[in-house]
Design a protein around this ligand. Sequence first.
Ligand SMILES: NC(=O)C1=CN([C@@H]2O[C@H](COP(=O)(O)OP(=O)(O)OC[C@H]3O[C@@H](n4cnc5c(N)ncnc54)[C@H](O)[C@@H]3O)[C@@H](O)[C@H]2O)C=CC1
Ligand SMILES: O=C(O)[C@@H]1CCC=N1
Length: 272
Amino acid sequence: MSDGRPDVLALVGAGVMGQTLLGGLLRAGRDPAGVLVVDRRAGRAEELHDRFGVRVVTDPAAVAAAGTVVLAVKPQDMGDLLASLRDHLRPDVLVVSLAAGTTTHSCEQQLRPGTAVVRVMPNTPSLVDEGMAALAGGRHCGPADLAAAEELMRSCGRTAVLAEKHLDAVTALSGSGPAYVFYVVEAMVEAGVLLGLPRATATELVVQTVVGAGAMLRETGQHPTVLREQVTSPAGTTTAALRQLDDHKVRAAFVTAVEAAWSRSRELSRGS
Ligand SMILES: NC(=O)C1=CN([C@@H]2O[C@H](COP(=O)(O)OP(=O)(O)OC[C@H]3O[C@@H](n4cnc5c(N)ncnc54)[C@H](O)[C@@H]3O)[C@@H](O)[C@H]2O)C=CC1
Ligand SMILES: O=C(O)[C@@H]1CCC=N1
């Protein structure tokens, strides 16, 4: 028990993000007996039970046993979900929402008055304990609630507590960010194949380059401009490539793309 709430955690929605967090929680030592998964796809029960040893149900009423309820359904499904959970949740429950563009205010309005809600924006590298999650507390959420939500997310990566006004930007940057990196990797692998490398070799070269560059950023703490300049020899190969990226406005395209994701997150918060 913590804060008088039962230790049972209910995870509603066992898709990509829900299952990723579930794996992290169990790797971090959470007892599968204290985790309940609710998913409306009946077939998930056997699959998740076999893989993780957790109890899986389709009935939302099961959340009545939980002190903490994590919501990991698509933003478009949140309205129906909150309506189906409202009367079953304990009055002292902590609700943790992972849904993009869904504000704590909108969750609070659809739940019993006074319900503690934390909005979280995680990302898929949580699958390998390298996630980045930003958290913002709602109006009924105290420091202990926020700390409890942070502890959940720390099971599979790093966390940052931010003002909620920043969460659309976080969604655009680190929430969607892994997809941008995978997109760049795809393009680089295609380039390697074009130049005659076997696909498997090109993939190995690119993946290790991305992992290595990421590790350098983290471990040296150097500014990316400094690290890029170290690679870029006068009249060399890198500068020839970077000129093409600048000519094709790739930097500007990234800024515009992230802004489009931010804008879409804001649209989702307005229910569109
Ligand atoms: N996939 C990602 O990279 C990230 C996703 N998110 C957020 O996480 C949430 C989930 O996204 P994904 O896992 O990608 O979606 P998903 O579609 O893979 O999984 C959603 C799951 O929710 C279940 N579900 C839907 N309505 C339900 C209900 N009423 N009761 C019980 N189960 C229900 C579905 O059966 C499905 O298993 C979204 O709100 C998304 O914005 C946040 C950050 C990153
Ligand atoms: O694409 C999406 O809407 C979700 C939110 C952040 C990453 N995936």
